[in-house]
Design a protein around this ligand. Structure first.
Ligand code: ZN
Length: 158
């Protein structure tokens, strides 16, 4: 496994629409493994392939330590409710803002073995799923933020 470089805002790869994965090759499996290691190293809750320079519809989310969700060609099929929470992004260090996201979502995707999976998420998990899937269409949270916050004014838990 390898730690990949996380591209930052301004890189055009973050603004393109990603292509679907038609075949799960060794390269895709390696990419998933490397993305997981990169996410852990960065201490994030989600990472999308364009953030490591790959224009493919692949994302990972881990809002509970050890519960890594791998998403290939994910589609949001249902949403419910609304939440307004503080959001950040590994590609936009030092930027924080409030977004309005669904309180819960259902996502259909393919896993690394080619099986169709359904993932449900509420709260942070729903937000992370929406955030990562937005990346696959070149959308950043700052496009949706209803209010940006100065990082100096945020009190982080740790
Ligand atoms: Zn992001």
């Amino acid at each position: 496994m390898a730690i990949l470089n996380i591209v930052k805002e301004g890189d055009p790869v973050l603004r393109g629409k990603c292509r679907p994965v038609d075949e799960i090759t060794e390269r895709i499996i390696t990419l998933l493994d490397d993305m997981a290691q990169t996410l852990h190293e960065a201490d994030g809750v989600g990472l999308a392939a364009p953030q490591v320079g790959v224009r493919r519809r692949i994302a990972i989310v881990e809002t509970e330590p050890g519960e890594l969700i791998e998403l290939i060609n994910p589609v949001i099929t249902e949403t419910d409710g609304v939440q307004r929470e503080l959001e950040g992004c590994l590609s936009l260090p030092n930027k924080w803002g409030y977004t309005e996201r669904p309180m819960s979502v259902t996502v259909h995707a393919t896993d690394r073995n080619g099986n169709k999976v359904e993932i449900r998420g509420t709260g942070l998990k729903a937000r992370a799923l929406c955030h990562e899937i937005d990346h696959l269409d070149g959308i950043l949270f700052t496009d949706k933020a209803v209010e940006m916050v100065d990082p100096k004014d945020i009190e982080f838990d740790d």
